[in-house]
Ligand binder design. Structure first.
Ligand code: APR
Ligand code: PHB
Length: 389
């Protein structure tokens, strides 16, 4: 079998790339290790930058998103009982869009299916061969049968634990990583959101975040210990702790209910360089991870897809390789800025186990500066809504 662009990984990165290329008449094939239902059971973030929204529109998969999304013009930042609001639209002219990654991925799967897109699920043992030649190919097994697919290009969209990044030899690859000494315990509950915008809260007891999916589906997080497991946290314990970490004005009106999902995610910053090796191009979580505090995970994936999509279209349809040759450089320039923002927001709002009194004062001063300084708020807003591609 052969295809023009072989895409490893059927998460949002791989599906969006496949859908965009298909619109240009470029043939793709997606290999996914899990089932569609499994991919759609993963609960992830749901804040989209305008760049992502534009790509979804360009890919022709925006109709449900445009109808059901919430547009947010700002966010609340709280510290103890103090709170202030940063107005994205006032500072940047641009809001963000709230639309869950699960729904977005479902829309992409539906669109690929409707277009007769080729996706092979439950593949095992994917291996990339001859990526440095102009005849790369991939082998894998499906239902115990070995298969081979030849391609012109390979997109490694297989997430942090995928094979694509590992296929780049260690002497070529440089990895940068920071592991944070805490996690986020998140719950989803069929209750109305406590506020119409997100509330990022710093408190002496640790960070918390109030987010949402729709009018009757809320997503809440609290910073937790890495040794905690979700079963340590009954719903009651979670709600009690969340209330202690937010200003009482919100805690008093929080509507609680049974959780329909509860999980813990560790926090990590990670970047691999380069993002291209021969005809293999890494995208999304395969190349970089951000802590969730700035809501940049999905959005950094989108900017990679933007650069790679245009690079592939120019190369395949026009014979112009400049976009592909500059892919790694362009993608990484934007990634590092998103890494900085996510690290900054994480450092600003969480309690770190080794913080001394001086560190706490610095954190407090940084928050007061943000609260009182227009330019600082403008810088936050520009990063939150997404820097230009
Ligand atoms: N072979 C085939 N598929 C694989 C392999 C493999 N060896 N390894 C992983 N996969 C699949 C996973 O099962 C998953 O469905 O690749 C997909 C990768 O999807 P994500 O992990 O969601 O990564 P990505 O598509 O880059 O999405 C961007 O950024 O911060 C996050 O929340 C954000 O998940 C979002 C991600
Ligand atoms: C979410 O809604 O899941 C969410 C929102 C904002 C973040 C992280 C997660 O920064």
């Amino acid at each position: 079998m052969r295809t023009q662009v072989l895409i490893i990984g059927g998460g949002p990165s791989g599906l969006l790339l496949s859908q965009l290329l298909d619109k240009k008449g470029i043939d793709t094939l997606v290999l996914e290790r899990k089932t569609r239902d499994y991919v759609l059971s993963r609960i992830r973030a749901g804040i989209l930058e305008q760049g992502f929204v534009q790509l979804m529109r360009e890919a022709g998969v925006s109709s449900r998103m445009d109808k059901e999304c919430f547009v947010h013009d700002g966010t609340v930042i709280a510290s103890g009982e103090e709170q202030f609001r940063i107005d994205f639209t006032e500072h940047t002219g641009t809001p963000v869009v709230v639309y869950g990654q699960t729904e977005l991925t479902r829309d992409l799967y539906d669109a690929r299916e409707a277009a007769g897109g080729k996706i092979i699920f439950e593949v095992e043992g994917v291996e990339i061969h001859d990526a440095r030649t102009d005849k790369p190919y991939v082998t894998f097994s499906k239902d115990g049968v070995e298969q081979r697919i030849d391609a012109d290009y390979i997109a490694g969209c297989d997430g942090f634990h995928g094979v694509s990044r590992q296929s780049i030899p260690l002497d070529v690859r440089r990895e940068y990583e920071k592991i944070y000494p805490f996690g986020w315990l998140g719950i989803l509950s069929e209750t109305p959101p406590v506020h119409h915008e997100l509330i990022y809260s710093a408190s002496e007891r640790g960070f918390s975040l109030c987010s949402m999916r729709n009018d009757n589906l809320s997503r809440y997080y609290i910073q937790c210990s890495l040794s905690d497991s979700p079963s340590d946290w009954s719903d009651q314990l979670f709600w009690d702790e969340l209330k202690r970490r937010m200003p009482s004005a919100y805690a008093d009106k929080l509507v609680t209910g049974p959780s329909i999902e509860k999980s813990i995610a560790p926090l990590r910053s990670f970047v691999t360089e380069p993002m291209r090796w021969g005809r293999l191009f890494l995208c999304g979580d395969a190349a970089h991870i951000v802590p969730p505090t700035g809501a940049k995970g999905l959005n950094t994936a989108a900017s990679d897809i933007h650069y790679l999509y245009h690079g592939l279209v120019d190369a395949i349809l026009e014979g112009d390789n400049e976009g592909l040759d500059r892919y790694s450089e362009k993608a990484l320039a934007r990634i590092w800025k998103a890494e900085r923002f996510s690290w900054w927001m994480t450092s600003l709002l969480h309690r770190f186990p080794d913080q001394n009194d001086f560190d706490l004062k610095m954190q407090g001063a940084e928050l007061t500066f943000l609260q009182s300084n227009r330019e600082a708020q403008s810088a936050m807003a520009q990063n939150y809504v997404g820097l230009p591609y």
